[in-house]
Write a protein that binds this ligand. Structure first.
Ligand code: PLP
Length: 382
């Protein structure tokens, strides 16, 4: 039986990326490693369209969020947290654990923040040190309009810290241009590499703050130390990095270039998401995110109240692994990651299996036809 990994990360790896992980180990103090580091810098700065360095260190997406906060937030700092799902709540909890005074703003699951809502809150609490917001809320499949929101914020306002764990590589995100101050992501979602690398980018303003804070309480996540090693004649990392994963990430970024670059990749992801949403609605099922422009390019949440877990298990028996709902959305939704390598054919396999599983479990669905999907599908996926 063919197996499909449709969870919103980790994602299926290409042959090239898998091969890249298999090489002999090299020293992280060697010239070869430095040149790998330099290549990764160039590729990641190009993807984000930034001048300031991109930091890579051992860890997951959560580690990257934690690293951002531990370097930029001190005990007693006022932080405004804008959450529309499970990962927004996690970002907020990390800030609380560091000792920040967190003021929470929440949207119902499936919705996103408007510029007016965020700007209104920031104007009310002008003494806040930072705002926390998620770009792509993976627990609901909704993407906050980060660029639009920041447009309304004062340039000298609180630092804007963005969880971009599931958006980078799957949808446009240009932190320097948009006015983000701190961005956290990782290797295993839109960047299509194995898990294990935390990735962070900071604005000049945020670097100033890091310098003012002087001593970071974490040694392995100390951004000033990472930058010092990165800026050596032969770029390095302060602690032993996951070398094989660095090779894998480099291969994955190279592959995107070979396949036409990230702009094309973003278009593909969008087309794939739109086709999937349309196909699901044509089956008569409901999407969690009602507002079309807020729908994520990386993950789609399908409402199957009370039967979502049975459907998820039924799909798994057919070799298709999707994620379930988290927290209050448990057994309410299934979440389908579409960081796919194959595009249309995989989409069709998923929809057919979903239709079949729903019928087996007595969930009412309409008949879907392949012609209908093809008609909807406008992207150029492989
Ligand atoms: N933030 C978002 C938006 C995520 O999607 C995830 C993981 O799915 C995380 C944070 C946590 O990442 P990790 O599980 O790699 O620590």
């Amino acid at each position: 039986m063919r197996r499909y990994l449709f969870t919103p990360g980790p994602v299926e790896l290409s042959k090239k990326v898998k091969e890249a992980t298999k090489g002999q180990m090299i020293s992280h103090r060697s010239r070869e490693f430095s040149s790998l580091m330099s290549g990764l810098q160039l590729k990641l700065r190009k993807l984000l369209n930034v001048q300031e360095p991109v930091l890579l260190f051992p860890g997951s997406g959560t580690s990257a969020l934690e690293a951002l906060l531990v370097n930029l937030i001190s005990r007693g700092d006022k932080v405004l947290s804008f959450s529309c799902g499970h990962f927004g709540e996690r970002f907020r909890e990390i800030a609380s654990r560091i000792g920040a005074v967190v003021l929470s703003f929440d949207k119902p699951y499936g919705e996103v923040f408007t510029k007016e809502e965020v700007v209104g809150a920031v104007n009310l609490y002008s003494d806040a040190s930072a705002i926390l917001i998620t770009h792509n809320e993976t627990s609901t499949g909704a993407a906050n309009p980060i660029e639009e929101i920041i447009e309304g914020l004062p340039a000298d306002g609180p630092l804007v810290l963005v969880d971009a764990v599931s958006s980078i590589g799957a949808m446009p995100c240009y932190p320097e241009k948009w006015g983000v101050d701190g961005l956290a992501t990782c290797s295993q979602k839109g960047l299509m590499a194995p898990p294990g690398i935390g990735i962070v980018w900071l604005s000049r303003r945020a670097w100033e703050k890091v310098r003012q804070n002087k001593t970071c309480p974490s040694y392995s996540m100390d951004f000033l130390l990472m930058r010092k090693y990165l800026e050596k004649e032969l770029p390095q990392t302060p602690v032993t990095p996951p070398v094989s994963l660095f090779f894998a990430l480099d291969a994955s970024l190279e592959e995107v270039e070979e396949e036409g670059g990230f702009l094309r990749r973003f278009e593909e992801r969008k087309a794939y998401a739109q086709s999937l949403c349309k196909a699901v609605e044509d089956l008569g099922l409901e999407l969690l995110v009602k507002n079309k422009p807020s729908r994520s390019c990386g993950v789609t949440a399908i409402r199957i109240p009370g039967k979502a877990e049975s459907v998820r298990k039924g799909l798994l028996e057919k070799g298709i692994e999707v994620a379930g709902g988290q927290g209050a959305l448990r057994n309410e939704i299934i979440r389908v990651g579409h960081y796919t390598r194959e595009g249309l054919s995989e989409l069709w396999d998923f929809i057919q299996a979903l239709e079949e599983t729903c019928k087996e479990l007595g969930v009412a669905v309409d008949k879907m036809s392949f012609g209908k999907i093809e008609e909807l599908y406008t992207g150029r996926c492989r």
